[in-house]
Design a protein around this ligand. Structure first.
Ligand code: HAM
Length: 417
């Protein structure tokens, strides 16, 4: 038997209600904040991501699904959406019409990672991007949007971690300080971190290696290396969050895994997730537009992992969503009456009712059993005798009460209930 690809999952009919519920929450909350949906292709030219996310990142280095298409052009299944959205805004010149874009998206993403709980090779993200302003109130708006979503979904076990990476000047200062500090320990660092000492020392702070974590504990902190402008920006973001009662923790080791960030970065964690405890993250990316051939445009955004949100909601028992009961199940006495059954079902569906009927030409008794199993509120019985007098029998399942209803009045009967 052919199996699905490792790290991918079918979302089966039994689970789909949960997905639709979450997707609706994304739409409702995004719209409350004036964000508009954008849908970009699932695959892009590889350079969108290699230039956008950065050649030194794990995502670009180890995790992209990259392939040559039949003309030999290099394509990549999108591992994230921020770079693709910037590509789209530039190509469609959307910022020429309005200097501010507030956008949201939902869809599948692809990373070649080792699958485990909360980590897949095809996963789904909800994301939001606010493009066109560097003002700290947009940082606050972004985090408030996430907070509203978290509240709306009812997630109670979570933490918001906040940090700043400062502007390029602050980061250059900080990198020097880090290289100075970590060089003294270079032999004790993991192999990956030894490499990062040369390419991107900030990422050492993100290492999951126990030794690296211990060494990082006393490393210089970015907050001590910010220039005046970067410090001021961060102070204002914190002040807005304080004043709007957003509870966050400053984590000076939060650096994020993608290279496009500057200034504010943040992550959402939940202890209900185990090792993959981050269900979302984001930050400011004021230089991504230049990276992709546009002019400098400030922007900020975040994305959340939908599978991880589902894991949290499941553990909080917030997912026992009711499956909508059918309004009616049409039962026929014999197969000569099937077309009458099809017609009645159609008529009721036209007025918005959920209607089922048998498709196996089962006996009447078996059809009644199916009707019962389907939890239909009503059973419409089309019997030969009744039909001769122009009636059907409608049984209200909750009470067992039966009424004879003229064929021409069925819609009327169902429009009042
Ligand atoms: P990210 O931190 O790489 O950020 O991913 C965001 C979220 O996607 C993670 O916190 C996690 O919940 C989920 N996620 C990532 N990889 C996997 C996986 N393999 N399996 C399941 N879930 C996963 C970004 O992607 C940025 N584009 C966010 C952003 C938007 N920054 C600015 N704007």
């Amino acid at each position: 038997m052919i199996q699905s690809i490792r790290g991918t999952k079918d979302i089966l009919p039994l689970e789909i209600k949960n997905w639709q519920y979450i997707e609706n929450a994304f739409k409702v909350i995004s719209e409350r904040f004036g964000y508009e949906e954008i849908r970009t292709p699932i695959f892009e030219k590889t350079e969108v991501f290699s230039r956008g996310i950065g050649e030194d990142t794990d995502v670009v280095n180890k995790e992209m699904y990259t392939f040559a298409d039949r003309s030999g052009d290099s394509m990549t299944l999108r591992p994230e959406n921020t770079a693709a959205i910037v590509r789209s805004l530039l190509q469609n010149k959307l910022l020429n019409q309005n200097p501010l874009a507030r956008l949201w998206y939902f869809g599948p993403f692809f990373r070649y990672e080792r699958p485990q709980k909360g980590r897949q090779r095809q996963f789904h993200q909800y994301g939001a991007e606010c493009i066109g302003t560097n003002n700290p109130e947009s940082d606050a708006e972004m985090i408030l949007l996430a907070q509203h979503l978290i509240n709306y979904l009812g997630i109670s076990d979570f933490k918001i971690l906040l940090n700043t990476l400062g502007d390029s000047e602050s980061r250059a200062n900080y990198k020097n300080a880090l290289v100075g500090y970590f060089s003294d320990y270079s032999k004790d660092l993991s192999e990956d971190s030894q490499k990062r000492l040369l390419t991107n020392p900030l990422r050492i702070l993100d290492s999951k290696n126990k030794n690296d974590i211990d060494i990082s504990e006393n490393a210089p902190k970015i907050l001590d290396h910010l220039n005046e402008q970067s410090r001021e920006h961060f102070e204002q973001v914190k002040q807005f969050l304080d004043e709007t009662h957003v509870y966050y923790e400053i984590n000076p080791n939060l650096v994020r895994g993608l290279d496009y960030y500057s200034h504010t970065v943040f992550e959402f964690q939940s202890s209900m997730l185990g090792a993959q405890d981050s269900f979302g993250g984001g930050g400011r990316y004021n230089h991504l537009f230049e990276q992709l051939g546009g002019k400098q445009t400030p922007a900020i955004g975040f994305a959340m992992g939908v599978e991880r949100i589902l894991l949290i909601l499941e553990q909080q028992n917030l997912l026992a969503l009711d499956i909508e009961k059918p309004d009616a199940y049409v039962v026929t006495a014999n197969k000569e009456l099937i077309s009458t059954s099809l017609k009645i079902a159609s008529e009721l569906r036209m007025i918005g009712r959920i209607v089922l009927m048998d498709l196996f030409q089962k006996s009447m008794k078996a059809q009644l059993r199916e009707a019962n199993k389907s939890n239909a509120r009503n059973v419409i019985i089309i019997g030969e005798d009744e039909l001769r007098s122009g009636n059907v029998t409608i049984k209200l399942m909750e009470t067992g009460e039966q009424s004879e209803v003229p064929l021409s009045d069925i819609s009327k009967y169902f429009s009042k209930s």
